[in-house]
Design a protein around this ligand. Structure first.
Ligand code: NOJ
Length: 748
């Protein structure tokens, strides 16, 4: 008996050590496969899976020079690489991993934030479409291209709620509102991951940055966050929860601390909330170096303690800090870290590798032919164009200056954006090796292609985004004088918003507004187009320009989308998802604020009121603001029940009519105010919306839904409650432009 057992054990060891990990891919589900592989792994191999390095051709954080990477991959000491793109390069690295003892494939992660080769508008721009379905389709395109280029995993979506436009990373998210932000977060996850991980055109998504990164004090990137549990749970966590519910495979920790505890070492967040309350089963990656940065935060004194804090908190993978690599083995041997914690982290990562099918074929995302086809798929630019025109917000249109006739004789096209190429790609474009920028349609190209043969376009650069040179001013004025209409492009450069691009002055930089003043003095009608990655402050332009379009950075089809809107082939429908302040001093400002004990009621009643004495109480443009070439009327608000119980749903019907001269889309918005709560409630909260297309003269009825879940909130003890009482239900074209309202009551 004993001999039989010994023989069986010897045979098991032989199998385990002779055959590669692929053998175990024949086991049933990913969990069991990961589990059986785990049993074969040595401690250094396990720790290797928790280690992620940057590939050397590009860097999106502070670089650590490490000539030993290839050797470490060969030894099974690395689980993942980031910034490694193209079939050629990922294949090369994967083949190094295949020389390791267990042949565990590498995961290739990349910031595919708004497209891979086909660049989409920056996410904040896309969010202004209020169109989760279109956003999902744009992410499908991104996933299709990136996965064809060898990438398995994107560090997107960024679902951080952002309420301070000084913060450069507002461009990466969906703005200030948790309700809309949650819908978009889920749509992005669905789009990136496809129906299920394991398809060759699915990417693993990564909801980031967990958590509250967008609440950095003063909008200064990487800064601390100080907030109540209530605010965290009510405003900042819901988009993460929505991503988890949509099946997101991974989360990334944030750089900041929350109330003195860095997110990367925050067990309350990473284990209690994420795993225990929400049931998340994927894995968590740190942000770049954030395990080691806990030393700078002052929470640990060295990288040994940093590794201890992060692994015990629930951070599974260490991006670039090397704290895990250098310390985990010692920590386990000294009994400070339970091997169970390591096994759990490794299993979660292996499970995803199994789900992606990498054990069946480590090169299944490495097909040059597919890469070539995906990157030249003609449907992709079409999607980028759709998304770009849906992201452009019309702010002003005096005397119906827009749309323009394409048969105008002379159009002056002026400003730093007109012939710019890479500016259109925004901050987080992927610099794909071997793909040049010719696929970007510049504004000049887009407009040239749309105007009639009889039209002459006159171009002048005018001035740069930044700087004080006025050398081009004279030429510009001369050109403008010959034109029937002047198109003036201005804004900020694409590297002025994004990671580490916080700014204390968010006015229009340089001499651009000065040039606008000169153009307006010519008496010609001027259309201003503003490119930016954040809400900018532009009081002069807002007050004096007759027509304004806010165009963000629109991606590879920018020029075509701009032409579509300028010449009326597309009627703008987008609405802002962040409040635009009148001045930096008005920040923080968001629509969903509290009333206070001394609320300002209007602009002429500011004394002894919660207001700035030198500034209007209103923002420049409010959340939900955006115009159309047509106009919309709201009528017949009907509520199916004015009193409702907690288990009942209220239906709110409203008739929307297109009362203007163009076909167009309206985004009708439902806001609620809870009049009395055990804790103060905001003056207005978005609870539903409907985007409807109406031909001119047409009307339709839209129905919004409200229930106790939507009306619930976190009380003083951070417990989710729904309290009976009265609620104002408000329907309008923006958070300020409320057209109809009704009071309803929740009864016990
Ligand atoms: C740091 C950024 O905060 C994060 O969003 C990004 O994914 C990583 N760098 C990797 O580039």
């Amino acid at each position: 008996m004993k001999t039989t057992r010994t023989l069986a054990a010897m045979a098991w060891v032989l199998v385990m050590t002779t055959f590669p990990a692929q053998l175990f891919s024949q086991a049933n589900d990913a969990y069991s496969r990961a589990d059986s592989l785990l049993k074969m792994m040595t401690l250094p191999e396990k720790i290797g899976q928790l280690n992620q390095y940057n590939d050397d051709w590009n860097a999106t954080g502070p670089v650590t020079v490490d000539p030993g990477k290839a050797e470490q991959v060969k030894n099974g000491e690395v689980g993942s690489l980031l910034n490694c793109v193209t079939v050629q390069r990922t294949r090369k690295w994967q083949s190094v991993a295949m020389q390791s003892r267990l042949k565990i494939p590498l995961l290739f992660g990349q910031d595919v934030i708004h497209g891979y080769k086909t660049t989409f508008p920056i996410p904040l721009g896309e969010s202004c479409s209020w169109d989760p379905d279109a956003i999902e389709r744009s992410e499908r395109v991104a996933a299709d291209e990136a996965s064809a280029a060898g990438i398995h995993w994107t560090f997107a979506p960024m679902v951080d709620i952002a309420r301070d436009p000084r913060w450069g990373r507002v461009m990466e998210g969906s703005g200030e509102d948790p309700y809309l932000g949650s819908l978009i977060a889920a749509a992005r996850v669905r789009g990136l991951q496809g129906k299920k991980l394991g398809g060759t055109n699915s990417l693993m998504a990564c909801a980031k940055h967990f958590a509250a990164y967008g609440a950095a004090i003063g909008g200064r990137d990487y800064n601390s966050v100080d907030m109540s549990d209530r605010l965290l749970r009510e405003i900042y966590l819901p988009p993460f929860k929505a991503a988890v519910d949509a099946g997101v495979a991974t989360l990334m920790t944030s750089f900041n601390d929350i109330n003195g505890v860095p997110s990367t070492g925050n067990r309350e967040l990473l284990t209690q909330i994420l795993r225990k309350e929400w049931g998340f089963t994927g894995f968590v990656v740190s942000d770049w170096g954030s395990v080691g940065e806990m030393i700078n935060h002052g929470n640990v004194s060295n990288d040994y303690e940093a590794a201890l804090s992060a692994i015990n908190a629930g951070c599974d993978m260490d991006m670039e800090s090397r704290c895990y690599r250098n310390n985990l083995e010692k920590l386990v041997k000294e009994g400070k870290v339970d091997i169970f914690a390591i096994d759990e982290a490794v299993r979660r990562i292996l499970e995803k590798k199994f789900e992606l099918g990498l054990f069946d074929d480590p090169y299944r995302f490495c097909n040059e032919e597919r890469e070539r086809k995906a990157l030249s798929n003609p449907e992709h630019p079409a999607m980028a164009r759709e998304m770009a025109r849906k992201s452009i917000v019309l702010l002003k249109n005096e005397n119906h200056l827009l749309p323009l006739s394409p048969t105008l004789k002379n159009i002056a096209v002026i400003g730093p954006m007109v012939k710019a190429v890479n500016q259109n790609k925004g901050f987080w474009d992927v610099n794909v090796p071997g793909v040049d920028s010719n696929f970007v349609v510049t504004w000049w190209q887009g407009i040239s292609a749309r105007v009639s043969r009889e039209t002459t376009l006159h171009y002048a650069h005018g001035c740069d985004f930044e700087g004080t040179s006025r050398a081009g001013f004279e030429e510009v004025v001369a050109i403008a004088k010959q034109a029937d209409v002047v198109l003036f492009t201005m804004g900020e450069r694409r590297d002025m918003s994004g990671e580490a691009r916080s700014r204390s002055d968010i006015g229009i930089p340089g001499v651009q507004e000065e040039l606008l003043e000169l153009l307006l003095k010519t008496g010609k009608p001027v259309v201003v187009l503003i490119s930016a990655g954040r809400p900018l402050v532009f009081k002069y332009t807002a007050e004096h320009a007759p027509a304004i379009l806010y165009t963000w950075w629109l991606g590879s089809e920018a020029g075509n989308a701009i032409a579509d809107v300028l010449f009326g082939d597309y009627n703008p429908s987008a609405k802002f998802t962040m409040t635009f302040p009148r001045s930096v001093g008005q920040i923080p400002i968001n629509y969903s604020h509290f009333n206070t004990g001394r609320p300002a009621r209007n602009d002429s009643d500011r004394v002894y009121r919660s207001a700035y004495t030198d500034l209007s109480i209103y923002p420049q443009y409010e959340f939900g603001y955006g115009l159309s070439y047509t106009s919309f009327g709201y009528s017949n608000l009907e509520v199916n029940r004015k009193q409702f119980r907690k288990n009942e749903v209220i239906d709110i019907h409203v008739t929307i009519s297109n009362t203007g001269a163009f076909d167009g889309e309206e985004i009708a918005q439902l806001y609620v105010r809870d009049l009395v709560g055990s804790v103060s409630r905001p003056v207005s909260e978005l609870k539903d919306f409907a985007k409807v297309f109406l031909r001119k003269g047409e009307s339709t009825t839209v129905t919004f839904h409200l229930d106790a879940a939507k009306l619930s909130f976190y009380d003083q003890h951070a417990q989710l409650v729904s309290e009976p009482g009265f609620f104002d239900v408000m329907v309008g074209a923006s958070s300020r432009d409320i057209r109809l309202q009704e009071r309803v009551e929740m009864v016990k």
